[in-house]
Design a protein around this ligand. Structure first.
Ligand SMILES: *Cc1c(COP(=O)(O)O)cnc(C)c1O
Length: 387
């Protein structure tokens, strides 16, 4: 999907800027005050805690690229997911989730939904018909994740959004893996887009945050529940996020390029039995990914050939650190079985196609070429030369 009209990097650097009227500084000022004058505020609608000046910037930024009209930011990605879902689900309602789902979202459903009297179904597969087959009379929400964590399955966003509209349901999409740079689900017809900003938006493995983008009416509902539950993002994190987002376009494009190179390399490697990356022609949904994504992203997964120990392999890597999270500027590797999908039963992992040997690779912005010998010292873990 080409979207040439978006001046991506200009928006990344400038959208949502807060003018420093006092000192004319180059960047938005950071206001750490937790308390502001109340005279002019409609207190019933906007409790003081939610009108801090710093908080107004991040919304402006993401809103623009996603062309959603509004944004709610949360302390962490899971707060964005749970608050968005719970804002629209009541006792007696039903929700359809796609089978391939981030482990944390899966746990939220399995561990919490019963006590609220909310029922759910998981699709058989990623096809639009699979979503439609799960719809019941009391279904309220269709929830998608594409590309999915960790196996990079691709869901036809336009088709599933169309099904949701046809049945009068709300469509939600976890856009974390793609980032707003590579995929704009609002343009593809999705009602509510969710990001774990802990990942690409933050991009430096040092921020926990989440974001939800959608229409005024939808975000108002999420905002009201967020106000009651209290998962709002701190001003300081908003300020850090603003700094991170300035380089989002540059980072993600470099990660797209590196991931494609790495996927091609691994695909030919004799010790690798499978590579999952939507930018490979061998990916079953390559054509669909090309159609709905602007870039294929920095995440890929692979399976070592039988007999090789994935855990040992990860420990032996020198520069690439084993990591629980993803999407930083540094390349990291993860075992979904031990991290993102650790709390799932072996059976549930199997259903999702995740094996004990699946390795999930978060590709950073490093160079393909290794630094010269004299730079070796101090690089890589424990100062050992890199491989
Ligand atoms: C990490 C992740 C989340 C949760 O984000 P947190 O900020 O860690 O709560 C949600 N969805 C996907 C796809 C993720 O990778």
């Amino acid at each position: 999907m080409k979207d040439k009209k978006t001046a991506l990097n200009t928006l990344c650097v400038h959208a949502g800027e807060l003018e420093d009227k006092q000192f004319k500084g180059a960047i938005s000022p950071l206001y750490m005050s937790t308390s502001y004058a109340f005279e002019d505020v409609d207190v019933k609608r906007y409790p003081v805690i939610l009108i801090r000046p710093t908080r107004k910037r991040f919304p402006g930024r993401l809103q623009l690229w996603n062309t959603g009209k509004k944004l709610w930011s949360s302390v962490v990605g899971m707060a964005a997911i749970s608050t968005a879902l719970m804002a629209f689900l009541h006792h007696g309602d039903h929700v359809v989730f796609q089978k391939a789902l981030y482990g944390g979202t899966f746990n939220l459903v399995m561990e919490e939904f019963d006590k609220f009297g909310i029922t759910y179904s998981f699709t058989q597969g990623p096809a639009p018909e699979d979503f439609e087959a799960c719809i019941r009379e009391n279904t309220k929400v269709l929830f998608l994740e594409t590309p999915s964590n960790p196996l990079l399955t691709i869901t036809d966003v336009e088709a599933v959004a169309g099904i949701a509209r046809k049945h009068g349901l709300i469509s939600m999409l976890d856009n974390t893996f793609a980032s707003p740079v590579n995929q704009n689900p609002i343009v593809l017809g999705i009602d509510i887009v969710i990001h774990s900003a802990t990942k690409y938006l933050g991009g430096h493995s040092d921020i926990l945050a989440g974001a939800v983008v959608g229409s005024d009416a939808h975000i108002d509902k999420i905002f009201q529940l967020g106000k009651n539950l209290g998962g709002n993002l701190s001003d300081f994190t908003v300020w850090l996020l603003e700094r991170s987002i300035k380089t989002l376009g540059l980072r993600v494009k470099a990660q797209n390029r590196n991931a494609k190179k790495l996927a091609r390399f691994l695909e030919k490697h004799p010790d690798v039995s499978a590579v999952y990356y939507p930018g490979l022609k061998s990916h079953p949904d390559y054509a669909l990914a090309r159609k709905q994504m602007k870039g294929f992203g920095g995440m890929l997964s692979f399976e070592l050939r039988e007999g090789l120990d994935a855990r040992l392999f990860m420990k032996e890597l020198r520069l690439i650190k084993p990591s629980m999270s993803l999407a930083g500027v540094e390349s990291t590797i993860s075992s979904p079985m031990l991290t993102s999908h650790a709390l799932l039963s072996e059976e549930d992992r199997k259903v999702q196609g995740i094996s004990d040997e699946t390795a999930s690779f978060s590709v950073g912005i490093e160079d393909k070429k290794r630094p010269g010998k004299r730079y070796y010292q101090g690089l890589g873990q424990s100062g050992r030369p890199m491989r």
